[in-house]
Structure formats: C-alpha cells, structure tokens
Design a protein around this ligand. Structure first.
Ligand SMILES: NC(=O)c1ccc[n+]([C@@H]2O[C@H](COP(=O)([O-])OP(=O)(O)OC[C@H]3O[C@@H](n4cnc5c(N)ncnc54)[C@H](OP(=O)(O)O)[C@@H]3O)[C@@H](O)[C@H]2O)c1
Length: 246
C-alpha cells in the first residue's frame, strides 16, 4: 500500500486516448492513479509504465464500466492498494454511428449501456467512496450541440450523462465534493478518427474557429484544473473544451 498522504485518482478509459492523457497528467500532478480499461491490457500497462518511468505511481484494473460488480471491484481494489480515493474521472466511452432506425436499437442499447449506465455506475461508486473534498469528473461531448445525422445514440447517451451532473452535485450537498462534466470537441483519438476519411476529418477540424481538432493533453489540462486546488469553486457545470466548435 502506498502512503496515505498521496492523493489518489481513478481514471476509467485510461488505457487509450483522452483517458490515457488524463491519467498521465494527474500522475504528473502528484496523484497515484488506478487506470481502468475494458480489454486492452497491453495499452493499459503502457500507461502504467509511462507513469512509473517518470517516478509516478499507477496500477491497471480491468473491467466493464457498465457492470456493477466490476466497478465495485475497481473501487475496492483501489482502496486496498492506495488507501483512499480523491478524484474519479469517467472517460470510458464508445461512439458507434447509427441512424434513428429500428434496425439500430441494438446499437442504441450498447451505447447507452456503456456511456450512460457506465457513467451512472461510476458516479454512484464515487459518491459512496469519496471523502469530503473529492472531485468527480465525467466526459460528455460538445457534439450534443451539433445534432449531426448518425450521432443519435451517442448524443442521447451523453446528454443524459450531462443531466446527471447537477443531480449528483445536489445529492452530495454538504460534503464539499464537486461534480462536473468536460465536453470536448473532436480530439485525435481512435474514437474520433476510426472510420472517417481524411476529407471528413479536415471538414470537422475546420468547424472550430481555431480550425483544428483537439489534442488529448488539452482535455487533460482541463481535468487537471477541475481536479486540483484551483477548481474547487467550479461545481455542477459542463465545461466545453473544444476550440470554439460549439
Ligand atoms: N475523441 C473525441 O473526439 C471525443 C470528443 C468528445 C468526447 N469524447 C469522450 O471522451 C471519452 C474518451 O474518448 P477517447 O476519444 O479517449 O476514446 P478511445 O480512444 O476510443 O478510448 C476509449 C476508452 O474507453 C475504454 N472503454 C470502452 N468501453 C468500455 C467499457 N465498457 N468499460 C470500461 N472501459 C471501456 C477503452 O478501454 P480499452 O482500451 O480496453 O478498449 C478505452 O480506454 C469518451 O467518453 C468519449 O465519448 C471524445
């Protein structure tokens, strides 16, 4: 077990993309990190290795965010290993494209299960385990404001996640715990890039006045702010980190 004076963060979706950048940034900020991932053990271990190489503390724990027992075990193992939990970031997510068509009910179910049920499950365990002064940060998406065709299941799941944020902030009244969402615009990760042509990526990149897609580190910077001392007065908000895209 590590020292109980070191603060501890759980980052779901920490094996890849934005979650990986968040895990590495929070480790640099001084947190011991529990990286949660679904199936990509090698990438999760890469993140652990990247953190340990520069003197940080990290472990990787496998599980499905939508599974009650897996997420309970994530929190139990983190407590066992590090003795406390100060910050919980839910970055795990999926973004399959599917039009609003009866043939796509299965895709709706899968997307809602991972993105909404997963966030609810992680938020519930965070509410149960965080000490006073803790921070809960969930990943939403700025694409909610765009209403692009094919994004129905994803936008519906993320809009619902945003709706949970002020509710949980109210439920945690009196414990000095903040609950916020970060809603990135397009960021260069597997989730955004997979299945898109160069032309489409260029088009989407130009939508923001800053005329590019975001970098995972730029989302991690906003998470670092909310998780750190300077973020203490930001509560029940959705912070849109997107270069002006929406
Ligand atoms: N990239 C963007 O443009 C963008 C924009 C706005 C919002 N976001 C949001 O930001 C978050 C991170 O996205 P990303 O771009 O970093 O995605 P990504 O590169 O595809 O990574 C997804 C991560 O989620 C994990 N994951 C997926 N399903 C899971 C499940 N059922 N249980 C546990 N972990 C699961 C994956 O684990 P494995 O590695 O084991 O598969 C991986 O670590 C998501 O919530 C996404 O909706 C992304």
């Amino acid at each position: 077990m590590s020292t109980t004076t070191q603060k501890v963060a759980i980052v779901t979706g920490g094996s890849r993309g934005i979650g990986q950048a968040i895990a590495i940034r929070l480790a640099a900020d001084g947190f011991a990190i529990a990286i949660h991932y679904a199936s990509n053990g090698a990438k999760a271990e890469e993140t652990v290795h990247a953190i340990r190489t520069v003197g940080g503390t990290a472990i990787a724990i496998q599980g499905d965010v939508s599974d009650q027992h897996d997420v309970a075990r994530l929190f139990r193992q983190t407590m066992h290993e590090f003795g406390r939990i100060d910050v919980v970031v839910n970055s795990a997510g999926v973004m399959p494209m599917a039009k609003i068509d009866v043939d796509n009910l299965g895709t709706l179910d899968k997307t809602v299960t991972t993105n909404l049920r997963g966030a609810f499950n992680v938020m519930a365990q965070a509410a149960a385990h965080l000490d006073d002064g803790g921070r809960i940060i969930v990943l939403s998406s700025s694409v909610i404001a765009k209403s692009f065709p094919g994004y129905g299941p994803y936008i519906a799941s993320k809009a619902a996640v945003e709706s949970l944020v002020p509710v949980l902030a109210n439920e945690l009244r009196g414990r000095a715990i903040t609950v916020n969402a970060i809603a990135p615009g397009p960021v260069g990760t597997d989730l955004f890039l997979e299945g898109k042509s160069e032309e489409l990526i260029t088009y989407l990149a130009k939508l923001a006045p800053l005329e590019r897609i975001g970098k995972p580190d730029e989302i991690a910077s906003a998470v670092s702010f909310l998780a750190g001392p300077d973020g203490a007065w930001v509560n029940a908000q959705v912070v849109r980190v997107n270069g002006g895209y929406a």
